[in-house]
Write a protein that binds this ligand. Structure first.
Ligand code: CA
Length: 474
């Protein structure tokens, strides 16, 4: 039995894909400090976001609900998180926890949208800057703004350590360390500026994907490496006369190096926080989580960015350390979701989970006991239509083996979406035979039964979660 309430250190980066973490088998970098959390704790291999975009995933994590329930369908400031909505930090705060958040918020600013449920906070306005960033500090009427000198990942970590120094040692804490990095435009710090300078980073298998057999959505997405990048992305002029293959391969090296340099700084700073916990005797009673708001295409399918329900974007890294109950070095492949985090943390704190939360605590999974009725499928929906890299609105279902995606391609009259409708299309992938999702088998008669079953499951999940299936008015 656990005697006292655990502390929580929730570290979340922005757009850090699990295939750029060595504990997940990265072929392109090493993250020794992030790996420590997995080595001493548990790695989740099938952790997914329910809408692969910054603000929606963050809202789902805090509220334990899907985008259509919490209202954060797309990026702030178009749909912000109303800060009167119940979140798990509010419940922790009401139950004796000291709570704080530092870094990326991206759920809106001003009195109605600034962080609530936190004793202390300092957050970046919008995406924030890498160098000498401005922060909004807790204060009346939504807080006050002040620029802080330095590199954003170091500053956020400093704020976290200063906070831990300042709090009551006899009360538990829940601290959110939310990094801006490695979000676009991938600006490294001085220390890592020349990392990988004379190296070739291995290319992903699907860098030269030609999108044949796939839905129109994949072909027209404007997130191709080099092709749809600006000089700001690559920090140099782009030679548009290169063939697309040459352009992708050349730009990949420039892009991925900066991305990984930003990750290296996160890794150093995770190390600082872990060392701090060790030094202060907080190792045993602190639950440490490392995650990212979604995955990211690291040249996979020739892309950067996220949004799609494809694996690299859908998957979130999730490492958790809690020596009281987790066996070191363990790995779990059950399906867990960003909407589950709120329930898990409340459960670990010994607090009841509100009925309105849609996720499920996966505490039994941490103990190595998967309940027999654990979910065998997850529901995903990307609400934004064509605004942002020209990605079509879609929803779908993923089981352990299959993924069915429906590109309904309609902005549904939502004000920020493109009005133009697309002809709906489906994709089906057999992940066992085709882990890189290169072969759409939706029209293959061999899979007709699978399609039928998955459609039924999808309808059932939508109904259970209170979402509405797409029906064309035409
Ligand atoms: Ca993000």
């Amino acid at each position: 039995m656990r005697k006292e309430k655990p502390n929580f250190l929730f570290i979340m980066s922005d757009d850090h894909a699990s295939h750029a973490i060595s504990w997940y088998g990265s072929k392109i970098n090493k993250t020794p400090n992030i790996d420590r959390i997995g080595e001493e704790g548990m790695r989740f291999d099938n952790c997914f976001c329910t809408n692969s975009l910054c603000s929606p995933s963050r809202a789902s994590i805090l509220t334990g609900t899907y985008s259509h329930i919490n209202g954060v369908l797309t990026l702030a400031p178009l749909t912000c998180l109303d800060n009167r909505i119940l979140t798990f930090p509010k419940i922790l705060q009401q139950n004796g926890y000291q709570t704080a958040i530092f870094g990326k918020w991206h759920l809106g600013t001003g009195p109605q949208y600034c962080p609530s449920g936190f004793d202390e906070w300092a957050v970046l306005p919008g995406q924030g800057f890498y160098h000498n960033p401005e922060f909004i500090f807790k204060g009346p009427c939504g807080g006050y703004r002040k620029t802080v000198k330095g590199y954003v990942t170091d500053i956020i970590t400093d704020m976290c350590i200063e906070y831990l120094e300042s709090i009551d040692k006899n009360k538990p804490f829940c601290l959110f360390c939310h990094h801006k990095a490695p979000h676009r435009y991938w600006e490294p710090d001085e220390k890592h500026l020349h990392l990988f300078a004379n190296e070739e980073i291995p290319e992903p298998e699907t860098l030269l994907d030609d999108y044949s057999t796939r839905a129109t959505a994949a072909k027209v997405a404007e997130m191709r490496i080099g092709v749809h990048m600006e000089e700001k992305d690559l920090k140099c002029e782009i030679n548009r006369n290169l063939s697309e293959e040459e352009l992708r391969r050349w730009a990949y090296q420039r892009y991925i190096k900066d991305y990984l340099r930003c990750v290296a700084s996160i890794d150093d700073n995770v190390g600082r926080l872990l060392d701090y916990l060790d030094k202060k005797g907080l190792y045993k009673n602190t639950v440490v989580i490392y995650t990212s708001d979604q995955g990211f295409f690291l040249g996979d399918h020739g892309w950067y960015d996220k949004r799609f329900m494809y694996e690299e974007s859908l998957k979130m890294p999730f490492l958790i350390r809690y020596p009281e109950i987790i066996k070191p070095g363990s790995v779990n492949d059950d399906i867990v979701l960003n909407v589950d985090f709120a329930s898990l943390i409340l459960d670990l704190a010994g607090l009841p989970v509100p009925e309105s939360f849609q996720g499920r605590s996966f505490l039994p999974l941490l103990e190595g006991k998967t309940p027999s009725d654990w979910r065998d499928a997850m529901y995903y929906r990307y609400w934004t239509h064509r605004r942002g890299h020209n990605v079509f609105a879609h929803y779908g279902i993923r089981t352990k083996r299959y993924k069915l995606i429906y590109y309904y391609g309609d902005g549904l009259g939502l004000p920020w979406n493109c009005e133009e409708k697309e002809t709906p299309e489906w994709e089906l992938f057999d992940l066992e035979k085709d882990p890189y999702e290169l072969k759409n088998v939706y029209d293959d008669p061999e899979y007709s039964e699978v399609v039928k079953e998955l459609k039924n499951k999808l309808n059932k999940l939508q109904k259970e979660l209170g979402d509405t299936p797409y029906h064309s008015e035409d």
